[in-house]
Ligand binder design. Structure first.
Ligand code: AMP
Ligand code: GLY
Length: 433
């Protein structure tokens, strides 16, 4: 029996720990540093995800067979290289491969080289050049992106040239994202439905997971500021098997091959953030890890053994495994957020009603920003919980998730009320209702 270490502290990491613990080969799960949910179900280890030395010592002392990394920052900073150098098994891309998320310029150039459809773009390292370029394109809507990691806030979607100029100024002159803004990408703004497609890769081959849709804006009707994600559901009815095959053929596989050709083979989760445009699916961004909250509905529906999948990816034998098996039901995750999120918010407020919310077998409350203080579960982050439910239909999954989230009380906490609605409307239109 194996011991597993999950690195991170959000809803995604609770979901990964929960899923890995279901493997018949796993008997112990540790989460570093974890949250109140992982403390109750598994064992938390108070080590920061960027303290590789302490994580490695812990993994060696406890005989950890597999480490799974949730967030992008340790991946981009080389946690996989450090573990491998110490002879430890770890699931995720090494530092060179993690550039696919860590540098927008790297990702865009790789896509150009591999012929992967994406918004047309230009790269700048001087704000004057960027502004001169903006003068040449008229009032076309663009997106200005910091090259480096910016906690999901590095893409500024602009309506007008004035907004684009202001974005260049914020990133390159005011340096709001620090060194992440030394270079920028200015790209064509795309329109359409957004979709997340994730695949587990072993360097040469991949298995695609079922598609999921995130809800990035804070408020109902996709209004308000961007967030880490306010909810997600899977599968996505608007996506046909043919479209998924096109995504495999034109996006995922060429990306994996291009990474291998560059001698930075990609092992781990390749997450393609896509826009389904009139001209077909195009890549908005790559991430090199599970999405949060997309991970939550995905693991609720995954029947295959995630421990087995991660090991096969590490050993380069993903092709030997049977296809990933999925629960046919629908899953929805609704995020409960702190008052003020995605701006500033208070921490340490009491959360009640968790047990009652989780009493149904088809509901799982994944903790995100929670902690335990004097024996009480309290808020500890902007996204507090991801209440995730399975249902035979999408409206049923939605009803279960919202019935459960209503039982949870925390001062000022709120959620979006329309998670999954676009898909429900689409299904109703198709059925002629
Ligand atoms: P990114 O950090 O690149 O994922 O961008 C964050 C969000 O900005 C995406 O989820 C989209 O909603 C939006 N976005 C990014 N690039 C574009 C684009 N080229 N056109 C339209 N929206 C975009
Ligand atoms: N939910 C979006 C992300 O994980 O990047």
């Amino acid at each position: 029996m194996a011991a597993v270490l999950v690195v991170g502290k959000g809803g995604r990491e609770h979901a990964l720990a929960w899923k890995l613990a279901q493997s018949p080969q796993v008997d112990r799960v540790y989460v570093a540093p974890g949250n109140a949910g992982t403390a109750r179900e598994f064992e938390n280890v108070p080590i920061d995800p960027l303290d590789f030395e302490s994580l490695i010592s812990f993994a060696q002392e406890r005989g950890i067979e597999l480490t799974v990394v949730g967030p992008e920052e340790p991946l981009c900073k080389g946690i996989v290289d450090a573990f491998q150098a110490a002879g430890l098994r770890i699931f995720g891309p090494d530092r060179a491969a993690a550039q696919l998320e860590g540098s927008k310029v790297f990702a865009k150039e790789l896509m150009r080289e591999a012929g992967v459809p994406t918004a047309s773009f230009q790269v700048f390292d001087d704000p004057a050049d960027a502004n001169a370029y903006l003068d040449t394109i008229g009032n076309k809507p663009v997106v200005v992106k910091a090259d480096g990691l910016a906690a999901g806030k590095g893409a500024i979607v602009c309506e007008t040239i004035q907004e684009a100029r202001a974005a260049v100024k914020r990133i390159m002159r005011e340096r709001v994202f620090g060194d992440a803004g030394n270079r920028i990408v200015i790209e064509e703004r795309l329109t359409g439905e957004e979709l997340s497609v994730l695949a587990i890769c072993d360097g040469s081959n991949l298995v695609r997971l079922e598609p999921a849709q995130d809800h990035k804006r804070a408020y109902d009707g996709d209004r308000g500021p961007n967030t880490g994600g306010m909810g997600a559901y899977s599968p996505t009815p608007m996506v046909t098997p043919e479209l998924l095959e096109e995504i495999d053929r034109n996006i995922l596989i060429p990306t994996l091959h291009a990474m291998r050709r560059r001698r930075t083979p990609f092992k781990g989760v390749l997450y393609a953030g896509l826009m389904l445009t009139q001209g077909g699916p195009k890549v908005l961004e790559f991430n090199v890890r599970f999405g949060d909250p997309e991970c939550q509905p995905l693991v609720m529906r995954m029947n295959s053994d995630l421990y087995e999948l991660c090991n096969a990816a590490i050993d380069g034998r993903i092709r030997e495994l049977p296809d990933v098996a999925w629960d046919e039901r629908w899953a929805i995750c609704v995020v409960l957020a702190s008052e003020g999120y995605p701006g500033s918010y208070k921490k340490g407020l009491p959360i009640t009603g968790l047990e009652s919310a989780e009493s149904a077998a088809h509901v799982k409350v994944f903790h995100a920003g929670t902690a335990i203080k004097d024996g009480q579960v309290v808020t500890d982050g902007g996204r507090i919980l991801g209440v995730t439910a399975l249902g035979d239909t999408l409206p049923e999954a939605k009803r279960y998730a919202y019935e459960a989230i209503r039982k949870i009380k925390a001062p000022g906490a709120w959620c979006r009320h329309d998670i999954g609605d676009r898909a429900i409307r689409w299904l109703m239109d198709r059925a002629g209702v």
